[in-house]
Design a binder for this molecule. Sequence first.
Ligand code: WQD
Length: 347
Amino acid sequence: MAKEILVTGGAGYIGSHCVLELVEAGFAPVVIDNFHNAIRGSNTVPESIWRVEEIVGKKIPFHELDILDETGLQNLFKKHRFSAVIHFAGLKAVGESVQMPLEYYKVNLTGTIRLLETMKVHGVKNLVFSSSATVYGDPAYLPLDEKHPVGGCTNPYGKSKYFIEEMIRDLCKAEPDWNAVLLRYFNPIGAHKSGKIGEDPQGIPNNLMPYVAQVAVGRRDYLNVFGNDYSTVDGTGVRDYIHVVDLAKGHIAALKKLKENCGCKIYNLGTGTGYSVLQMVKAMEKASGKEIKYKIIARREGDIASCFANPALAEEELGWKAVFDLDRMCEDLWRWQSQNPSGFSKN
Ligand code: WQD
């Protein structure tokens, strides 16, 4: 019997790619999602999960559920015997978090506490948590390794990730029978090679590459480049972009780590290579064959100049490293966007 893995927020961009890799690795993922970041589609399951089922040729158990719903969580854990939980569910828009901090702390912190409490009651004490490089704040040195100080994040979204990391660390200290792997994502981009699933932000994309892809496919006229006066290779912001499938495979490696009764472990999931905004634009023009117009405008509040990972610890302790290069990230992103100009919605 394949091991059941609960995937909270499994209908989202990273969650759905992780669900696919879980099935391919022989696990039995069970997905919960409240449709905050997912399109309902014309099926009983979210469109993204329906497409994952198409790709893998298997049904994926799905329950529409909010992690704040304690009764719903209790009933779910009574119905299944989870060997671990991969926790993606939460609010994730940096700018929005500044406008509505309470909502972000309620969903991300209280939601996680209710999940952890339910796990404890049902004796499920293996957790992979979706954290973020944003917990490092403005880097004191680069590349960023896991020893770099954390907590310097300035927005409520980043702080919520930091607070949840601290909650999980304290829980693992107090109760040594817990095992948790905290994964600090750098900048996930791209899509599964089928082009059937991908990132589909609702409204105006906050992140660079979904916006660039929408310019390439003609949904937007041009990209606004947020400043070109940073001390970087060409003045524009540098980030560590990682293929979402590489990122998803990192979660499979984390599940295997849990089986070693590892206690609480923290890993960067990045490539170790940084690219600037203009380098990303050029890479996407090459992948799509389209011109991507842009305008240089003022810096975005809260942005940092450069951020990229030292990925050595994950390679050493998880036996994981990113394998897809920038061209492949952009080719896969273009296949998804060009085959789905309006994302998952039909219109
Ligand atoms: C990348 C670069 C921008 C949009 C955020 C979150 C982080 C994580 C990843 C969740 C920067 C520039 C962007 C645009 C631009 N998310 N840019 N024009 O800010 O590194 O990280 O997403 O965990 O928590 O903070 O990613 O894609 O927003 O920006 O010039 O329209 O692209 O200035 O240099 P970021 P991003």
